[in-house]
Design a protein around this ligand. Structure first.
Ligand code: C2E
Ligand code: MG
Ligand code: MG
Ligand code: MG
Length: 288
């Protein structure tokens, strides 16, 4: 019966597996086409300092709307682009667009761009970054690159060389999704990392889940003692925001503050915030 059970289970699985394979085939073909037509857009999610309320940067997030299937998450299509060898080309487009957009923002607002592990190991990356900075006129000090721990695993030497080169140009590196990968404290020591981004999975259950709370507290302390900045991502509630702020995280991003939005909306968002901050300052200075 065990054998029969196994076979039955296999039969139940098959249609689903076929659907996955079919979807995957279509996406591969569409992605190749999209890459040729440069059918991508970049959305920006504001990152703020929760103490002053000031916007300090925006994270560039890739958006792709497949003509047949609608919007596809980068979490699904970036790995396919990596496998098809398209990720460096798509990533170069994101870097260029992000630098161009950021060059039109006030000069105290930085931009963060996600770099996939495959892209990090592409020897052309430093040149691509230099080109985006040169063509946009954005100072290197306003660009931050987000890498993940996975990118460092097993590729120590190559990754270290590239990251040091980027650091020497004045670009800052942050470690994204911290705590979800093959976290090793030696990474923080070995690589030129200036920011840690606490993954959303630890923020989600705050403030009630004691182990999430301990992890967030420990990462914040680590950041403080290693002189690295800490960003908490995925802030959705006021309770999460106050926990994070009370426990020493420097910066926050999440749906509570803003969803990722198109570049034009970001400018409006920023203007509205600046106007209301000015009004608050004005009111405060005329209160007494
Ligand atoms: P990530 O770099 O960790 O980006 C944060 C993700 O969390 C984004 O999803 C963002 O929309 C989402 N998010 C932000 N705040 C909240 C919140 O409060 N609640 C919830 N539930 N989600 C929130 P998105 O845009 O779908 O991107 C997913 C992942 O795809 C990114 O994770 C990143 O790893 C990758 N990705 C996105 N753009 C690029 C890119 O240009 N290049 C590369 N290589 N990867 C990218
Ligand atoms: Mg990121
Ligand atoms: Mg992240
Ligand atoms: Mg994440």
């Amino acid at each position: 019966t065990a054998k029969r059970g196994g076979r039955e289970r296999f039969c139940q699985f098959e249609p689903e597996l076929m659907e996955d394979l079919k979807r995957r085939r279509f996406l591969e073909a569409d992605l190749r086409r999209a890459c040729m037509r440069e059918d991508f857009e970049v959305a920006y999610q504001p990152v703020i300092d929760p103490r002053s309320g000031r916007m300090i940067s925006a994270e560039a997030l890739l958006r792709w709307t497949c003509p047949e299937r609608g919007p596809i998450s980068p979490a699904e299509f970036v790995p396919i682009a990596e496998e098809l060898g398209l990720v460096s080309r798509i990533g170069a487009g994101v870097l260029m667009q992000a630098c161009r957009d950021a060059a039109t923002w006030p000069d105290d607002i930085d931009v963060a761009v996600n770099i996939s592990p495959v892209q990090l190991l592409d020897p052309r990356l430093p040149q691509t970054v230099i080109q985006a900075l040169t063509e946009s006129g954005l100072p290197a000090s306003r660009l931050e690159l987000e890498i993940t721990e996975t990118a460092l695993l097993g590729n120590d030497e190559a990754a270290l060389k590239t990251l040091n080169r980027l650091r020497d140009l004045g670009i800052r590196i942050s470690l994204d999704d911290f705590g979800t990968g093959y976290s090793s404290l030696s990474y923080l020591h070995r690589f030129p990392i200036s920011r840690i981004k606490i993954d959303r999975s630890f923020v989600r259950q705050l403030p009630h889940d004691p182990s999430s709370a301990s992890i967030v507290r420990a990462i914040a302390q680590l950041g403080e003692s290693l002189d690295m900045q800490i960003t908490a991502e995925g802030i959705e509630t006021a309770e999460q925001l106050s926990f994070i702020t009370d426990h020493g995280c420097d910066h926050v991003q999440g749906f509570l503050i803003s969803h990722p939005i198109p570049a034009t909306e970001l400018k409006q968002w920023l203007e509205a915030r600046t106007a209301s901050a000015d009004a608050a300052t004005y009111a405060a200075s005329h209160a007494a």
